[in-house]
Design a protein around this ligand. Structure first.
Ligand code: 6GU
Length: 269
């Protein structure tokens, strides 16, 4: 596969959605290798506890560091053997040929040292996820996502992981989700569609909202047949066959729309 994606979550069921549509096809075609892991597999008590009360007080619960430590240990170990994560004390090592194919960045580092595997930690306190970040992640040979719940993961997990992974604490925007699962689905979709072969017609990648090639402006409205529907006509210029005029109309629409909805995107123009 071109890209391996590991996901650690206490709700692995969310990721059944990845078997649908384009991503599902890419997985079936062997372009993507997506592996979902239940964090509770790395607990050792009968209630499979993953959270505890916060030091210093406050509402809600915090994810305990120990299961995360073991899960991330397993992720790192999987780069050395068969790529399958094993909860400690379970299973045996079975070497396979794709040993080196796991969570690594494809690009060489300047100093020639081994690149750190990318670990994305979705959090509303993260830096904003952008199309540029999706493009960067799409050039990695592997990505891992650590999905937190409750008030977050004990911060020592992030500290510890930062010496072993290229850790990215990332937010989708200024609103709060209950956990990292839905954010992870969104990021995987944004990244996977940029992996060569995942989208049938790569030209469709070049013209859409937020892609660099339209200058990062919002895309003009689109229409299809019939030319008249419920008394509404498609803008005549789109029926003209004059490609230069159509391109100019789309550019004007794009700029007007962007000025009204997302003036922040015009700052660099
Ligand atoms: Cl990445 N996680 C959570 N829990 N909430 C969010 C988010 C991420 N991005 C926006 N809200």
């Amino acid at each position: 596969p071109l890209m391996r994606i590991d996901i650690i979550s206490i709700f692995p069921g969310y990721f059944a959605a990845l078997d649908q549509s384009l991503i599902g096809r890419a997985i079936a075609d062997g372009l993507l290798d997506v592996r979902v892991h239940d964090l509770r597999d790395w607990t050792h008590d009968r209630h499979r506890t993953v959270d505890d009360t916060p030091y210093g007080g406050g509402a809600g619960m915090v994810m305990k560091p120990e299961p995360w430590g073991e899960a991330l240990d397993a992720l790192l170990a999987s780069r050395r053997d068969d790529g399958r994560l094993r909860p400690s004390g379970q299973g045996t090592v079975r070497a396979q040929e794709d040993a080196a194919s796991s969570v690594t960045v494809r690009r060489e580092q300047a100093d020639g040292s081994a690149p750190l595997p990318v670990l994305v930690v979705p959090t509303p306190a993260g830096i904003r996820f952008t199309q540029a970040m999706a493009e960067e992640f799409a050039s990695a040979s592997g990505l891992a996502f650590a999905c937190g719940r409750y008030e977050g993961i004990d911060h020592r997990v992030i500290e510890w992981a930062s010496d072993r992974f290229d850790v990215r604490e990332v937010s989708l925007g200024d609103y709060v989700l209950n956990g990292g699962e839905v954010a992870t689905l969104a990021m995987i979709e944004a990244v996977a569609r940029l992996v060569p072969g995942v989208i049938g017609n790569p030209e469709s990648l070049l013209e859409e909202s937020h892609s660099q090639t339209v200058g990062g402006l919002l895309e003009a409205p689109v229409y299809t047949k019939p030319a008249a529907w419920r008394g509404l006509r498609v803008p005549e210029i789109l029926l003209s066959g004059n490609h230069a005029l159509i391109a100019a109309w789309r550019k004007e629409q794009s700029e007007t729309l962007t000025r009204s909805r997302r003036p922040d995107l015009l700052d660099g123009h």
